[in-house]
Design a protein around this ligand. Structure first.
Ligand code: 8YV
Length: 305
């Protein structure tokens, strides 16, 4: 049987299949099995770091149950001839749904309204104050990739005026391209962030972008906390220089800046972009399918290239 080092579990039904076909070892077994491991199962945040890869002489493949891979040294692995796979496409709908959900929840202040009712304030204080319309607004998308396009499709249905920024214009899309992110923010009511976390995108949504979005603008982040300057974000929300924020990701998850907790114009979610039974099942299956393909000598399904 082939020895697999598993840093994260797969969904139970797929986990059972994995254990039926491979000899699975946990993180704690590393010292004991380092010499025989031929595959690693991980996710976007769990490595393995280069020094662990160096301890696995027989390692042939790293399979990640995530689309993002900012926590995996892909270049380093590739330099040692070890392919890394991820799980694109299968989570597009969930993450796009959540981005639109955060747009509506934050503009309409749904979390605060819900709390207003649960706190028994409605009978005492009357109707909840008016909020902001989400439909028919200018939606800027930072990162018009697979998920970005799925977000745009949904925003179109809301009558949104869509524009985007990225390294370069995207062929065949009907949306206005802004070569300058600050210009995109200046011309958006919502700025939705869906780019990978890389050294080039670190804090790309900084003070200038946040303040360009302005007191009437709402920032939505369903990518990674690292692509936003979180201190500048908190400061702008505190000073009223930014209208609101819908956040599913943070710099030091699961730690979230406490200053945000009392803000009604902010929606805070615990990185649930792809957190549905259906999608996590599909992600787990793709991990297993890539392992099976590799060890059967077939082409990988979703290698990170
Ligand atoms: C993962 C994600 O669930 O796919 C990604 O990049 O952020 C989420 O879908 C998360 O990485 C946990 O593995």
């Amino acid at each position: 049987m082939i020895d697999v080092l598993q840093l994260v579990k797969l969904r139970p039904e797929v986990q059972a299949e994995l254990e039926a076909r491979y000899r699975v070892h946990g993180r704690d077994d590393l010292d004991k099995v380092a010499g025989i491991v031929r595959a690693v199962v991980t996710n976007g945040h769990s490595g393995p770091p280069p020094d662990v890869i160096d301890r696995l002489p027989k390692l042939e493949i790293i399979a990640s149950g995530s689309v993002g891979y900012d926590g995996i040294p892909v270049e380093y692995a590739r330099s040692k001839g070890i392919p890394v796979t991820n799980t694109p496409e299968v989570l597009n709908d969930d993450v796009a749904d959540l981005a639109i959900g955060l747009m509506i929840m934050t503009a309409r202040r749904l979390v605060a309204s819900d709390r207003y009712v649960r706190d028994g304030r409605w009978p005492k204080e009357g109707d909840y104050p008016l909020a902001r319309k989400a439909s028919g607004k200018r939606v800027g998308i930072l990162g018009l990739g697979r998920i970005g396009k799925a977000i745009a499709k949904r925003a179109e249905a809301m009558g949104s005026h869509i524009a985007y920024h990225g390294r370069k214009p995207v062929e065949g899309v009907p949306y206005k391209y802004y070569a300058d992110l600050v210009e995109l923010a200046k011309n958006s009511d919502f700025l939705i962030v869906i780019i990978p976390a890389t050294p080039q995108t670190n804090r790309i949504v900084g003070k200038a972008v946040i303040e360009a979005l302005g007191p009437g603008g709402i920032l939505v982040n369903v990518a990674r906390g690292a692509v936003v300057d979180e201190d500048a974000l908190v400061a702008a929300l505190k000073d009223g220089k930014l209208g609101g924020a819908g956040l599913d990701v943070f710099v030091n998850e699961p730690q979230v800046p406490a200053e945000l907790f009392a803000m009604d114009n902010v929606t805070l979610l615990p990185h649930v972009g792809s957190a549905t039974y259906e999608t996590r099942r599909a992600m787990s299956q793709l991990v297993l399918d890539n392992l099976d393909a590799h060890f059967a000598g077939r082409p990988l399904l979703t290698e990170i290239l």
